[in-house]
Design a protein around this ligand. Sequence first.
Ligand code: BGC
Length: 797
Amino acid sequence: MLKRLKKKKKSKLLAITLTSSLLLSGLTFDIASAQSQDPSTVQQKQTSIVQTTAPYLTDAASIDSVIQAMTLDEKAKFVVGVGMPGFTRGPFEVTGAVGGTYGIPRLGIPELRFADGPAGLRIRPTRPGQTQTYYATAFPIASALASTWDPATAEAVGKAQGNEVKEYGVDLLLAPALNIHRNPLNGRNFEYYSEDPLISGKIAAAMVNGVQSNGVGATIKHFVANNQETNRNSIDTVVSERALREIYLKGFEIAVKESHPWSVMSSYNKLNGTYTSQNADLLTTVLRKDWGYTGFVMTDWFGGDNPVEQMKAGNDMIMPGASYQSDIIKAAVEGGNLDEKVLDRNIKNILQIVIQTPEFKKYQNSDKPDLAAHAQTARKAAAEGMVLLKNDNMPLPISKDQKVTLFGNTQIETVKGGTGSGDVNAAYTTSIADGLKSAGYELNQSEFQEYKTYIDTLRSQEQYKIKPSPWGEDFGKSIPAIPEKPLADNEIAAASKESDIGVIVIGRNSGEGADRQVVKGDYLLSDAEQDMISKVSAEYHNQGKKVAVILNIGGPIDVSSWRDKVDSILLAWQPGQEAGYAVADVISGKVNPSGKLPTTFPVKYSDVASADSFPGTPAENPTQVIYNEDIYVGYRYNTTFNVKPAYEFGYGLSYTSFNFSHVNISEGKKFKDKLKVSAMVENTGKLSGREVVQVYVSAPDGKLEKPAVELKAFGKTKELRPHQRELLQFDLNAKDLASFDEEENAWILEKGTYTVKVGASSEDIKGTATFTVDHDMVVEKVNEALTPIVDFEPLTK
Ligand code: BGC
């Protein structure tokens, strides 16, 4: 009690000190009310005005005294965001920034700005009364970036994104997002990297390092097990501790340890019964105690339902924030339901980041990032992430003297990225048709004109008009899907005679707020699309000519019903604003495709391990989703249970060929605490290109059963000329090889024979080597956390 009284007294003294300085600077302040709180001490305080300096946030050393000087009211306001000032408060310096923090000028605490998102900075491109524009670069979607299997590319993209964040006056980017592709129907998979936690973690870490190299922050999200949009704000996600540690948490663990993101965003869902933002096991035990995280945690926008529980759990800041939440927090401290020390702890976590921000450092942003340079970075990354799925007899690359007919609406209405907060307000998107034209291809003009007229006509009709998003202009545009243009038989026949190759573009979009569905026009091709593929292929093949398909999509669609009809398939993903140029780079062979699938393309949707449990029960309005496929997500399921995919994890062709040799383990046959795997790659084809080397491990079953293979390391060669070779080396330690034992709360390495499988995909293994572990090892003990409260049968072999 005495302690608390002392503290109170001190803050009043500070208030008086401040009052005088505010008055001096011409601002008004109600000195009478400040004094009226304790008139008996006025004399004493006035004497101390001269002696006391107000604590002021200057550096890490000043943080504790600044917190001590904060009133309870200020504390309760500081841990709650100020709403969405970039949307609602005008004039506001960064229009379209989705979050802001509460500033306390008297203590030197500035207001910060937060803005989305994964494919680039999302702010509003125009401001009332200004001619200057604020466009940001739309980079390829996360899944495309992961398909590069190249952290250096991700880091370059992050660096460019972070520069736009800084130059447009934002402090923290609300990205990258790295939830696992548990099921291909998640509407937000495009914002996420992979079904594999190693790829997710490594690419996310590279992104964070790139963003933060600018002196602005990155936010890894959505922590954790936010793998669907259906009822995302209420769904209870039931997951075993092992699947959490090995699959869903693992990518976050890698990103936290390898890139120290300034912020972590908790997710919307509940995890094993508790909202993630109210889950102390997750936010304090795992994140801080097990992993040593030192940044701050924010909620997702309007996530969770109890501000006091959020504070206690270690969710330092509530976003976007509303004053009632501050009131609840303040009342809880006053009523003894929340220890003020908890608030102080959370505030300290935030202030430690505040002092690193451009706003705190009074950085004068230019509002003029180098958009031209960033467009080149986006184009390069987009091409690097494209995956060649099929190329029978090499119809691709297409030489410039071949005349091309493009089919499909998406040649014109090319999709740069998904919708919702993962969208970017870019100045333009280069369509695939325009990209090919500008690369010098002669396109079948009459067919192009048919498409142009069809699309223009439909778009002028009310139902297909492009409008601002229902969430407001800041969320981009709402583009109603128009039906695929029907093709007349004589139209196709004429085109097949007039051009040397037919290129069909299939497009899809999805986004925040809804999952995709296994229906025609979504996961399945529409009848018109099937017709287009069948008829175009038949006619071109009659003429002895080839047909290629370009997939401009954000996640897997059905391929098995039509892929045998065409000669080539290029998965271009949603490549960002430079879409058309990047597609042309790959189609022309300027860039030899080297992307590999970070996610499995199943033969049929029912082959997905989570097909039966997604998106939860009861089916009409799910409240709970049980991850009973457990650790068998994606290729871990396919390889263990012999379910053949259409295109497997890690798959991707090239215009050249590679030979793998010299697969070796350097430390000999017995594992001590680390080993080095090496493999030689030689370009055995006729064109320069890059190859991804994938290191899988098959671990022996013991106390724990193991998936058939698990990716443990990967690397990409430099651009190899024909006959050129490169030796790649990979370090693996015991933690990399370990599995999670729920009984022991530990990562363990079990004795037995391990096989290292070096390959060009999860199924295309080029060389193996074995080593043995002599005795069981406890590699790392962790705290017990996140135990499911619901009984379920996890899938076993
Ligand atoms: C999304 C977050 C995003 C936030 C702010 C939420 O709806 O889930 O990813 O950062 O909005 O736009």
